[in-house]
Design a protein around this ligand. Structure first.
Ligand code: SF4
Length: 320
């Protein structure tokens, strides 16, 4: 399959599971591997300062299922969350990865990186002689990696881990590495966004990114553009309370300045998303989430006034 056809597959507006990022992706990956005689994508996954929601979201991938992602798409070499090995055995694997896969592996980071006090607020491994901070692990592995992927909004931009008052000094991966980071933001990420990005890396290399480093395949348009309530917005028909069927801009919806394909990708095996179940978009893929989204359920102009910022559209997305 050509790269353009793969992009079309990811971009499809259909909610038909057979046409969404789906089982079709796996057969494309399989064909690609056969034709190019390529191996799976070698991945090192570090979980740092987060709630663990992104690995749970990843495990909920349904098209393709998780087992098939592991069997046919990625070779998970090291993961302080998923692997069975622990202690010195686990760290030995990490050393082997650095020797054997230097320049060939993809580093996935899930979570923000605390940098205050030399990063001691997030220890990812401990030996008899020392503790390894997330800051040390990410900087050590980030440089020799072929690609670095930040999964979730904490890893991408700091997210809830860096929210006021940010006592740990948490930042996104891009702030501790002097290199390009592919940001697959979301709180949590939609499994399609992450699995689709890995599929693109495996078959075609780096996907096209927006100005926030996010794949345009999934973040290229605002929520607002494809929202099912858009006609109400255009007519100036706004909800007065949760549960009303009209546009929820009046209730604090941030869809107009949030880039993501939730209205047609949808969640939970592609069946629903916030606006469909009567709750406004809170902008979880944005660079300034959550501080830029609060107070929740407050209309944007008022929200901005409360934050002392009259014009704060999130960068990286069109405003319609
Ligand atoms: S403001 Fe929110 S609810 Fe209204 S159309 Fe836009 S995304 Fe949909």
């Amino acid at each position: 399959m050509h790269k353009e056809d793969f992009s079309r597959l990811c971009h499809t507006l259909s909610s038909d599971k057979n046409n969404a990022l789906s089982e079709a992706v796996l057969s494309v990956v399989k064909d690609h591997q056969n034709i190019k005689n390529k191996k799976k994508l070698p991945v090192v996954w570090l979980e740092t300062n987060d709630s663990g929601d992104n690995n749970i979201a990843f495990m909920n991938t349904t098209y393709p299922y998780l087992g098939r992602v592991f069997e046919e798409m990625i070779d998970l070499l090291y993961s302080n969350t998923f692997m069975a090995a622990e202690g010195r055995d686990a760290l030995n694997i990490l050393d082997q990865v650095l020797n054997i896969y230097k320049g060939k592996f993809t580093l996935v980071v899930e979570g923000a990186i605390p940098i205050k006090d030399q990063g001691l607020y997030n220890i990812i491994a401990r030996t008899k002689t020392r503790s390894i901070t997330a800051l040390e692990a990410v900087t050590r592995l980030g440089e020799p990696a072929e690609h670095v992927v930040a999964i979730g909004t904490c890893a991408s931009f700091g997210g809830p881990s860096a929210a006021r008052p940010n006592l740990t000094g948490s930042v996104g991966v891009r702030d501790v590495l002097d290199r390009e980071v592919i940001n697959v933001s979301g709180c949590p990420v939609n499994p399609d966004w992450f699995v689709g990005t890995l599929a693109h890396l495996l078959m075609y290399g780096k996907p096209e990114l927006d100005q926030l480093g996010r794949p345009t395949l999934f973040y290229g348009f605002t929520i607002h553009r494809h929202c099912q309530r858009r006609s109400y917005f255009d007519q100036g028909d706004f909800a007065e309370k949760l549960g009303d069927i009209e546009c929820m801009f009046s209730l604090g919806c941030i869809g107009p300045r949030t880039g993501a394909d939730c209205p047609y990708r949808q969640w939970i095996n592609h069946v629903s998303w916030p606006v469909k179940v009567n709750t406004p978009c809170i902008g979880c893929t944005n660079e300034d989430f959550p501080d830029g989204s609060t107070p929740f359920f407050t209309p944007m102009p008022e929200k901005n006034k409360k934050q002392g910022d009259q014009n704060s559209p999130a960068p990286g997305v069109d405003q319609v």
